[in-house]
Design a protein. Structure first.
Length: 206
């Protein structure tokens, strides 16, 4: 049985980048529905007691779609913090950490600004519903990929670090058709300490 993750912030904490209304629908309705559907679909099957990542790697069809959406959203919702608490000095702290994710971004994209531009561009040009990802490949090189619908880069052997949901339900109430503006605004609520934790965990696992 999977349960709805707890948000590490209040429903109104991400305003004005993500409104309380968007968050309550996105987290409370969309993610809850994916969790409920997944639990119904896996009951009595071989998937019932598998970790989420393993279900995503081994399933297809409706089970894959719902498991993928739970995994993707769990990662998505836990990487934010309110912009009031998210001071630029936090990013500087992460940026200074030797061998950390910011140094790897600079190494592989030239600069944080270049990375943001490429990430926004891939998010804007993803056709239809899906997710844009920053992941580490097998050699530890950072790559940005687009994934359709519920897909997750773990199915390509990548190790995901950061993701943005570009399904319309993630931004339409607040930004309507302005997906690019939404993507641009999100940087101020990315919790880089969490991205750094993921990067360290990925490197520890090898
Ligand atoms: Mn979503």
């Amino acid at each position: 049985m999977f349960t709805l993750i707890k948000l590490p912030y209040a429903l109104d904490a991400l305003q004005p980048v993500i409104s309380e209304q968007t968050l309550s629908f996105h987290y409370g309705k969309h993610l809850q529905a994916y969790v409920d559907n997944l639990n119904k679909l896996i009951a009595g099957t071989d998937f019932e007691n598998m970790p989420l990542e393993e279900i995503v790697s081994k399933s297809s069809g409706a089970i894959f779609n719902n498991a993928g959406q739970v995994l993707n959203h769990n990662m998505y919702f836990t990487q934010f913090m309110g912009m009031q608490e998210n001071s630029p000095s936090k990013l500087e702290g992460v940026a200074r950490s030797a061998g950390g994710v910011c140094q790897a971004i600079t190494r592989d994209f030239g600069s944080l600004e270049n990375f943001k531009q490429e990430f926004e561009q891939k998010g804007t040009t993803l056709f239809g519903s899906g997710w844009v990802w920053l992941s580490a490949d097998k050699e530890g090189k950072l790559v940005i990929t687009q994934e359709q619908n519920a897909n997750n880069p773990i199915t390509k052997g990548l190790k995901p670090l950061l993701t943005i949901d570009v399904w319309e339900h993630a931004y339409y109430l607040d930004y309507q058709n302005r997906r690019a503006a939404h993507l641009q605004a999100l940087w101020s609520i990315i919790n880089w300490e969490e991205i750094e934790r993921r990067y360290v965990a990925v490197n520890d696992k090898g």
